[in-house]
Ligand binder design. Structure first.
Ligand code: SF4
Length: 401
């Protein structure tokens, strides 16, 4: 008999009907039927690698990888907790690392498939240089398999499968310096969209060069790194936003194909470093939106990384393999935020819901508006020298270059 998954277990017909009535009265049982037919084959976490899938030759955008060990012709990658063992010509789970003649190489070094300039608020980073812009890049590949990935068209592709830019680290720095001359609001490079772990060496090498030019670097990631690779990253970049995708190991394993513990460990490492940290939690209806879990998560944040780390409760929109679920009800997001504040978190936001009061920063002491936002636009900024202009309370964050 097939093993029941977390998804089977938690989305019984009865529970789905109940939640549908409470949350999205219009969702029908037909959706339930489609959903179970999609999920019935979801596996538990996989150690899958791509056997004999390495290209025959290395290319210009290759570099010997960091964080691996050798055993004869085999290698083990130690960049993320998955720890792929790769035989000759095998490719790792993230699709970007290959064993070539007994050495581990990355295939994503200087070949970003996405290049955009975004407001820093879009990342979202609300307490890091508000009102500035980030030169944002990503290559293909990812070490997770989130069923609701919004960037699956690059995250679930090999580096050689799509068109890309030719931007080796030195060329990237040059492009950013030129862009900054035209737009002085551009203050950082963001490694984002897919998970930047997929282009780790490119990210760290270019961050070191950008730091010498006075350009900041920010990382938008699921945080599924080994402690060693996360420590090295946090030493070399200026801010890291981590998606804490849920507070339930079953959800992590079956919906994202990662483990919760590895992410919590990475969050603690970043919090101890000099890099600025923010957390995002995306609420997926019926799968990770249990309010007791929200409370547990908020308590963990307060106890382990403190009440000043901003947390964003973000709205799910149907995408990729979870198109059959409704968007997160606004009330669930409001309730999650309320719980976070009850538990002592000073800065809790609602994300992906533009034009809402909950995207403003409020002074934790006098409750006046410290920063008013409309979408990605800063309407007013009342933080002076890192303090609330009304009462002088310190507002945690990095407010100036
Ligand atoms: S980074 Fe890629 S190759 Fe390395 S362990 Fe993780 S999934 Fe495997």
């Amino acid at each position: 008999m097939k093993k029941k998954t977390f998804l089977d277990k938690n989305i019984t017909r009865r529970e789905f009907v109940k939640k549908s009535i409470i949350v999205v009265g219009g969702v029908s049982l037909a959706v339930y039927a489609i959903k179970n037919s999609l999920f019935k084959d979801v596996d538990t976490i996989s150690t899958f690698t791509f056997r004999n899938d390495a290209p025959e030759e290395l290319w210009k955008w290759s570099r010997e990888a960091d964080f691996y060990s050798k055993n004869g012709k085999e290698v083990q990658c130690n960049l993320c907790p998955r720890g792929c063992f790769l035989g000759p010509a095998d490719r790792g789970y993230c699709r970007t690392r290959i064993n070539k003649d007994g050495k581990l190489y990355t295939l994503s070094y200087g070949n970003p498939t996405s290049v955009h300039v975004d407001p820093i608020e879009k990342k979202p980073l609300f307490h890091y240089l508000p009102g500035t812009k980030a030169f944002s890049i990503a290559t293909n590949g990812c070490n997770l398999r989130c069923l609701y990935c919004q960037n699956w068209d690059i995250s679930q592709k090999k580096p050689e499968e799509t068109k890309f830019f030719d931007l080796l680290p030195e060329a990237l720095v040059e492009a950013v310096v030129q862009a900054k001359e035209k737009d002085p609001a551009l203050s950082s490079v963001a490694y984002t969209y897919s998970d930047p772990l997929a282009f780790y060496e490119y990210m760290v090498d270019s961050a070191k060069l950008l730091r010498k030019q006075g350009i900041k670097t920010v990382v938008i990631t699921a945080g599924y790194f080994t402690p060693e690779s996360m420590k090295e990253l946090a030493r070399n970049v200026d801010a890291i936003k981590i998606d804490l995708k849920g507070f339930n190991e079953d959800f992590y394993r079956e919906v994202t194909s990662a483990h919760l513990d590895g992410v919590l460990e990475a969050i603690k490492i970043v919090n101890k470093s000099d890099a600025w940290l923010e957390i995002v939690n995306l609420l997926v209806p019926t799968l990770n939106d249990d309010m007791d879990e929200m409370r547990d998560m908020s308590r963990w944040v307060v106890d382990n990384i403190g009440k000043d780390v901003p947390i964003h409760f973000s709205r799910f929109h149907p995408d990729y393999k979870l198109r059959n679920l409704p968007a997160t009800p606004i009330n669930s997001l409001k309730k999650a935020r309320e719980i976070a504040i009850e538990e002592g978190i000073n800065y809790a936001y609602i994300g992906n819901v533009p034009h809402d009061d909950y995207e403003n920063t409020y002074c934790p002491k006098c409750k006046s508006i410290a920063i008013e936002r409309i979408g990605y636009i800063i309407k007013q900024n009342n933080i002076v020298d890192g303090k609330c202009s009304e009462c002088g309370e310190r507002i945690a964050g990095v407010w100036k270059l």
